[in-house]
Write a protein that binds this ligand. Structure first.
Ligand code: TRP
Length: 331
């Protein structure tokens, strides 16, 4: 069986980086595989424990983002992590299967700790979140995890834990876990920074209105060495062209712009205006669907409730298997 589990921390609306890194893969794969998509509110609390309101608000924002980009409840079960207590239970058993130093070695967690500058020390729950993420995946016995490539260490840990559990408790309940990574693993920020990110404030959100989009595109970094439109420009690594490649479906136009840019025969403004048109073509249907769902919240609530109920039923099956494998099914 092919099953997908993936998700996001509901700390803010999703952006173009989420789309190219993972959402597009989910939309593509959902009709081929049994798909579960999780709103990781428990994980979001590991570094926002003192601001639960932020998570509460963004649960619905991210849920509507999902539905607006084409995650279809006909194929995908969307659920809320905190409503599946079995995940917390499984996490406790998984903690024994990973060494202390293994947890501290996780490169993604290390980077995050540096970026987040926790003022009152790094919460233990934050350091341990990769173990809980393994439980997110394995509570559904999912074997495919479509995520951005910064999540590769988490996927590897989930597989390590799965195989170790199977070996230690002489069972085969957990599958081999593999990541599905996008061709464009991460999208640069509008400031040319390595990664589009909410905390770096260099993002274009999937629900960006036309005015803000215009302003953000006009402020985008291009080739830093090009002063005038007649200077020959560089296309590689140029954020404006990276976005053209990712979102402009008019390939002829992109090719023409690149050719002229290299020769110094087109200004940044024209390249940006064409990008704005392309992004509006991409974003308009997403904006429209968002509007629809925002005014049909009863439908949205039904979707999340039924997705969560399905995930919970599966989680209970897994926990029965886990208790039996460990031998704590006393009576
Ligand atoms: N750590 C992921 C992120 O920050 C979110 C996440 C939580 C997740 N649990 C998951 C992703 C399980 C894939 C599978 O984006």
């Amino acid at each position: 069986m092919n099953r997908i589990l993936t998700g996001d921390r509901p700390t803010g609306r999703l952006h173009l980086g989420h789309y190219v890194g993972s959402l597009s893969n989910r939309v593509k794969l959902q009709s081929e595989m049994d798909t579960y998509i999780m709103l990781a509110d428990v994980q979001a609390l590991t570094d926002n424990y003192d601001n639960p309101k932020k998570i509460q608000d963004n649960i619905y924002q991210v849920l509507i983002d999902y539905l607006s980009v084409g995650i279809d409840p006909k194929y995908s079960n969307i659920f809320i992590q905190s409503q599946i207590p079995e995940i917390a239970e499984l996490t406790v058993f998984f903690m024994n299967l990973v060494s202390h130093s293994e947890v501290l070695r996780n490169p993604t967690v290390k980077t995050e700790i540096k970026e987040k500058r926790f003022s009152t020390g790094v919460p233990f729950g934050f350091v341990a979140y990769p173990i809980s993420q393994a439980a997110d995946i394995l509570i559904l016995r999912a074997n495919n995890v479509p995520v951005g490539n910064d999540q590769a260490p988490m996927v590897e840990l989930a597989d390590y834990i799965a195989q170790r559990f199977n070996k230690v408790y002489k069972t085969d309940i957990f599958p081999k876990v593999k990541g599905i990574y996008s061709d464009i693993p991460r999208l640069v920020g509008i400031d040319g920074g390595a990664k589009m990110s909410k905390s770096l404030n260099n993002f274009i959100s999937l629900s960006e209105d036309r005015e803000t989009l215009h302003r953000k595109i006009m402020s985008m970094y291009t080739d830093p060495n090009r002063v005038k439109a007649t200077d020959p420009g560089k296309v590689e690594g140029n954020p404006v062209f990276i976005y053209h490649d990712a979102f402009n479906t008019n390939l002829e136009e992109v090719k023409d712009l690149k050719e002229r840019y290299i020769k110094g025969m087109v200004g940044d403004v024209e390249v940006k205006e064409k990008l704005e048109i392309a992004l509006n073509i991409f974003l308009d249907p997403i904006r429209e669907k968002r509007k629809y769902f925002e005014s049909h919240m009863d439908e949205v609530m039904d979707i999340i409730k039924s997705g969560t109920a399905k995930a919970r039923a599966e989680a209970k099956i897994t926990m029965d298997l886990v208790r039996e494998a460990i031998g704590i099914n006393y009576y």
